[in-house]
Design a protein around this ligand. Sequence first.
Ligand SMILES: Nc1ncnc2c1ncn2[C@@H]1O[C@H](COP(=O)(O)OP(=O)(O)OP(=O)(O)O)[C@@H](O)[C@H]1O
Ligand SMILES: [Mg+2]
Length: 374
Amino acid sequence: MGRFFEDHLMEEESLFKDERVFDFDYIPRDFNFRDSQLREIEYCLKPAVRGGRAMNTRITGAPATGKTTAVRLMFSKVEEVTSRVVCVHVNCQIHTSKFSVFSQIHKKVVGHLPPETGVPFPRIYAAIFRKLEKEDKSLVVALDDMNYLFYDRHANDIIYDLLRAHEVYPGAKTAVFGILSDIGYSYKLDLKVSSIYRPYEIFFQPYKAGEILEILKSRVKEGFNPGVVPEEVVDMIADYAFTHGDLRMGIELLRKSAINAELEGSRKIKPRHVEKAFEGSRLVALREVLSSLSEEELLLVKLIAEKGEAASGVLYKDYKARTGQSYTKFYRALDKLEALRLIDTRFKGKGKKGRTRDIVSRYRGDEIKEAQGK
Ligand SMILES: Nc1ncnc2c1ncn2[C@@H]1O[C@H](COP(=O)(O)OP(=O)(O)OP(=O)(O)O)[C@@H](O)[C@H]1O
Ligand SMILES: [Mg+2]
């Protein structure tokens, strides 16, 4: 007799052993391939553990290379071994003003958030540093996704106020960990800030294909029941993730394909569940990227998508006619769009203005419209 119901999921049965394993802020049990970066972070934190001041650092690397995870991991290790150091991790995508960033620090140091209104900044500042001084604690603040603080020049103020605290509170021992997704262009700090913030640089290189595969496999073990994800399916997801240079997408695909499989009552994830998840996630990702662009950058993306492919000179003429922007700005925008993987560029040798290149869109015009909900 044949076997029945084998492939079919029973009600209230789940493919997931633990769905939280796929949350974006989950700290994985295995965190491999980042040993040297973890060592460097340890090295920068060590002086604080010994009662001094941590070293300032700047942590850079492409999206989803483990920067946030590494810092959060090391912060929790420090707090396990000593109570002399207060580590605050601030997500600057959410906390974009000086008040908001210092409120997070206040919360960690003092134990609660300051009132949202009516308290002048110096009072919050004083509460933080008096408490640290009294308890002889050192402070490390990670400004994660610090690029979000550059739009209104908050980064300057915040770093300055943190690093100059010892002038007002002589016992203050502070350090800043600036975390930046390396998207091809650099942010400049004011001279007065860059002269006190000379960070130790830590770089997170992109994962290789084999590393992505291994990371995803261990996530599968952690999050799914045995047998749920066939070998060929992990391979397929790892491929997608590697081609798109984004491990995070791979983790998201695992979760979404499992949900698709569950919806069909399947006990295993099949390639078609992955394909469906991929189509969806591509649009969501595109939507996110587009929403982070300026008006001019968005216009340029659309121009390129309409054309599909164009020589950069031709493109610039159109762009200039519509925006009036300079050649330098145009080139900077192209660099950014390429770093964000919205376009590809191919060099074609020398032209009158130096190197010429062909610009190719990674998305079709209708995909961009759809992602924008139009
Ligand atoms: N070495 C690794 N082992 C296991 N999981 C990892 C590893 N590196 C990254 N991840 C996972 O990949 C995802 C992205 O990592 P993380 O958020 O730390 O990247 P990031 O460098 O801070 O990215 P971004 O620049 O976009 O903020 C997370 O789900 C994290 O758990
Ligand atoms: Mg991050």
